[in-house]
Design a protein around this ligand. Structure first.
Ligand code: ZN
Length: 163
């Protein structure tokens, strides 16, 4: 997307919102060269659909994804633009050739992105998204993330004397 002021092609998305009930995306862009900001509307010629676990199809909602990410990142200090980056990543899973994307793929994309920036946010999102059935699932996920340190500082404990 070319900058309207300096014609540079180096622009980045700083905000994106669903419009027209998810059929269009309104994007705020900023020119990296001159800092000029402008808005674009991208209209899908297809309806992006999410294949849910129960087999139903739902229209993709970037706003819903954003809400989930914002909830996970509440009161966490992360680099600016993190939310939009992740929303954009999920949007880019869709294309005219690939209009139906499984919900799990969208969730995994968000999880991978959150994991890279903030472990607490990752776990918050995972606990909602993965439909953890209980504390044991949550703890297993926690344990998987911790660096496992061997007991006794890695040394084999002395055998009891006289045995
Ligand atoms: Zn420019």
């Amino acid at each position: 997307m070319r900058c309207q002021m300096c014609r540079s092609e180096d622009t980045k998305v700083i905000d994106s919102r669903s419009a027209e009930e998810g059929r269009a995306i309104r994007r705020r862009r900023e020119c990296i060269e001159c800092g000029h900001r402008f808005t674009t509307h991208e209209r899908a010629t297809y309806q992006p659909l999410v294949l849910k676990r129960d087999g139903r199809l739902d229209p993709f909602s970037a706003d819903k994804v954003r809400a989930g990410i914002e909830q996970a990142l509440a009161d966490r200090a992360v680099p600016p633009g993190t939310v939009e980056d992740l929303v954009t990543q999920t949007e880019s899973l869709f294309s005219a050739e690939n209009a139906v994307v499984p919900a799990s793929q969208i969730g995994d994309t968000v999880l991978a992105g959150l994991r890279a920036v903030d472990e607490v946010a990752y776990l918050r999102f995972a606990s909602v998204y993965k439909d953890f059935s209980g504390a044991s699932d949550f703890e297993r996920e926690m344990a998987a993330m911790e660096v496992v340190s061997p007991p006794y500082g890695g040394k084999v404990p002395p055998a009891p004397a006289g045995g």
